[in-house]
Design a protein around this ligand. Sequence first.
Ligand code: PLP
Length: 409
Amino acid sequence: MRRYEDLAPSQRCIMTPGPVEVDPRVLRALSMPVLGQFDPEFTGIMNETMGMLRELFATGNRWAYPVDGTSRSGLEAAMISLIRPGDRVLVPIYGRFGHLLHEIAERCGAEVSVMHRPWGTVFDPEEIIAEIRRVRPQLVAMVHGETSTGRMQPLEGIGEVCRELDALLVVDAVATIGGVPVKTDEWKLDVVIGGTQKCLSVPSGMSPLTYNERAEARILARKRVERGIRSDDDAFGEDIVYVRSNYFDLGMLQDYWSEKRLNHHTEMTSMLYGLREGLRLALEEGLEARYARHRLHERALAEGLEAMGLRLYGDPACKLPVVACAEIPEGVDGEAVRSMLLDRFGVEIASSFGPLKGRIWRIGTMGYSCRENNVLRVLGALEAALLRQGFAASPGAAVQAALDVYERV
Ligand SMILES: *Cc1c(COP(=O)(O)O)cnc(C)c1O
């Protein structure tokens, strides 16, 4: 007798800022046979994935590999491996994920300076540069694409000053990687952390990152090798300020990803298959074509929302191309609309956090979810739900406006 039903998740149209729908090719890759983590076939896949990540991050860095865990694990690994207790760290904050970087820096024992911009806006890079010159931090940590507010921070010029003053620049590109250009080398970013479940459309569970020789030098200065792994006991000096995490010590992780293959955790074989297939899809499409696709569907969605009579939230000059934030109109119950979208139409959109809770909906156009039939579906469904709530949307206008965008190309 069976006590539990077969697993049967619904096929949703997921239009949130992550997780998003997963390409069937990635789902198939996840079901391939498991290999041992030192099997040459598997280490070959690891090396290949590193090469693909270098292309994605637009970098010549030696190190580009995933940390096992959600995107926040990549952020935490980078911060804890680079920040020594007492280091000065500067965090410019313009949304929820900036607050996360602040919190992680504090947990690393840093002396943290923060700067704030009102939600819905971003910094002028000159403001950040002036603050770097004043604070003289050892490390600057900031978010490229803030999914909480739907804004994107221009990064040009900041890396230059960090080099001049010997600060490392760590960038959370979790939301942008694979959907918007992230030019690691050109913008002189020392460490960039990406995510899988957003524009790469791979399930949540890995955090690809890359770092250059400047960051590696700091990591190596704190290096410790696990006892019992190497025979030479002098591999760990006791007087170094070693990294206060074993799992997230990038010095140990890079030994595992290097030709040395020093044992650390057991690599997530199936997730790596999924990541490799997601990267293969992105590189097959071509990164420039992929960025252009994200811009096209962004435009169709935004014009549709406006034609419906909704106001877009935030400063349009710094809109994050992969998330549209729409203000919830007066008298409309935002959560009732979201429930109706999910229950009746199988469409998921997101609410928001903190000061924006109950004020905006966030609609993602990321990766595999970012396609014409999804955009038309979310617009049609949202219009129907709003009409149901008594909001005077002009019927049909949203989908027609989006169709106009598609017919113009
Ligand atoms: C989603 C997101 C994260 C967190 O990712 P998890 O996979 O949930 O850990 C971090 N930063 C930004 C900008 C994000 O959008």
